[in-house]
Design a protein around this ligand. Structure first.
Ligand code: SF4
Length: 354
């Protein structure tokens, strides 16, 4: 029996692609990728959507965390970024390369994906798909069942393993055909298509752009981007300030040796983390920002506790003037308009993980 390896995000399209292929009596094994940039669980759930789908279909699934490899691509993508910090073509090449290795390891004959021609402007154009397949050494081995009739026949179609006549010709960004097909297959409760990848989120992308422009970012740095307010104090130093207790706890749990932690002394308020080349000057700036976001901003002076993260060293106290909102607004990393970006991407938006 022919065996297909399915790239399964857990979204509707990849789920449908599996059903289309299963209908031809082909065995399907699923492969899912996660990275630090994924928002791949539905609200209130801790289980990956892809795992839920594979359980529903009774097919085996392997989940691969490709964060380390992917992070290097995000820093310097060969094929550039989408509208935000999403290097979709490089990302797909990376995923397909890993999938190709796994396909050979498990003796699968080809790969299937839920891609639809023209659905996403960066990676789902015919030319881009060709490049991705070629760069991943998979020319002719990636079958896209939902739009196959718009594409050249693949090796499994030419060899008769797959009946091309039973494949589909969906194209474009409308979801109408997929929703009708979901009805036919009685697939319900699929996640909406706008979940996906943090790199397509303008606010997160702005923080990410600042990070890669200022240091050799690691996974911990990226995780920190997801919490609190972020301030650029100088080229090498940032302050991350909690917005609530949950943020404070998250930021402290991500602190590392070399970081400095700041908290208010006489009243509740945020916890701030300083990372980079911390100096007395940046400690003072960070303390003034910390004071800005507690009740302390009502007072002319505030005491702030300063301590080294992950060290037993005693904390010390400094007294500062809370920063004005105007001053803080100049330092905060907020979403910027496209016309103000330092490097304009060459592609238009890629909305979601594939
Ligand atoms: S949007 Fe999808 S393809 Fe693009 S970088 Fe994110 S995960 Fe990769």
């Amino acid at each position: 029996m022919a065996k297909a390896l399915a790239l399964l995000s857990g979204g509707l399209d990849s789920t449908l692609a599996i059903r289309v292929i299963q209908q031809q009596g082909i065995e399907v094994i699923a492969l899912n990728f996660v990275t630090v940039f994924c928002r791949c669980t539905s609200h209130g759930s801790c289980k990956l959507e892809a795992v839920k789908v594979s359980e529903k279909f009774g097919i085996p699934i392997k989940v691969i965390n490709t964060t380390e490899r992917f992070l290097e691509l995000v820093k310097k993508p060969k094929f550039g970024y989408g509208k935000n910090m999403n290097p979709c073509i490089d990302c797909r090449i990376n995923i397909f390369r890993v999938a190709g290795e796994y396909m050979r390891e498990i003796g699968a004959d080809f790969i299937i994906t839920g891609e639809v021609l023209g659905q996403r402007p960066m990676s789902q154009r015919k030319e881009a798909m060709k490049i991705i397949d070629k760069e991943a050494n998979l020319t002719g081995l990636v079958l896209r069942p939902l739009c196959a009739k718009h594409m050249e026949p693949t090796i499994p179609e030419k060899s008769g393993m797959v009946d091309r006549e039973k494949l589909l010709q969906i194209r474009g960004r409308s979801r109408k055909d997929q929703i009708q097909l979901a009805d036919v297959f009685q697939i319900k409760d699929y996640p909406c298509s706008a979940g996906g990848c943090l790199l397509t989120d303008p606010e997160f992308a702005h923080r990410m752009r600042d990070l890669v422009n200022s240091c050799d970012a690691g996974v911990n740095d990226v995780n920190l981007l997801k919490a609190g307010r972020h301030f650029r104090l100088d080229q090498q130093t940032k302050a991350i300030v909690g917005r609530n207790e949950e943020d404070n706890a998250r930021i402290e749990s991500l602190s590392q040796e070399g970081d400095v932690l700041l908290t208010l002394v006489d009243m509740p308020g945020p916890l701030a983390l300083l990372r980079g080349a911390v100096t007395e000057e940046t400690i003072c700036l960070g303390a003034r920002i910390t004071a800005r976001y507690g009740k302390s901003h009502l007072f002319p002076f505030t005491k702030v506790s300063v301590r080294q993260a992950k060290k037993d060293a005693p904390h010390r106290l400094i007294e500062v003037t809370p920063m004005s909102q105007e001053e803080a607004d100049k330092l905060i990393l907020k979403k910027i308009s496209a016309s103000n970006r330092s490097h304009e991407p060459s592609w238009v938006t890629e909305f979601n993980a594939g």
